[in-house]
Design a protein. Structure first.
Length: 104
């Protein structure tokens, strides 16, 4: 499994996304290569499917993308545990990782 954490330079939610992703991987026991990619160009963001920062992709797919919006360097918000947050919740990440493992 390959996970990419796409983010803009100095993303204020990067630490939160890193922490939750690490926790989700630890709790699932799934081994994955995790690569962080800094994106500072809107054309690159669009080309790689970054829909705001941070964006987490699993095997090239954004499991939290519910729209076909163009790529963006803006801050991304996630609906998590009944509120908007700067990163997916740990439970959401566990579901996404486990789902990708089942389909991979």
């Amino acid at each position: 499994m390959h996970i990419e954490l796409l983010h803009v330079p100095d993303c204020p939610n990067l630490g939160l996304a890193r922490s939750r992703l690490s926790s989700a991987l630890e709790r699932t026991g799934i081994t994955a290569s995790v690569r962080e990619i800094v994106v500072a160009d809107p054309m690159v963001a669009d080309a790689i499917g970054m829909h705001g920062s941070p964006t987490i992709t699993i095997d090239g797919r954004d499991p939290f993308d519910r729209a076909t919006a163009p790529g963006s360097l803006s801050c991304r918000l996630y609906w998590s545990e009944g509120r908007l947050d700067g990163a997916p919740g740990t439970a959401q990440l566990i579901d996404a990782i486990a789902g990708a493992q089942c389909h991979g």
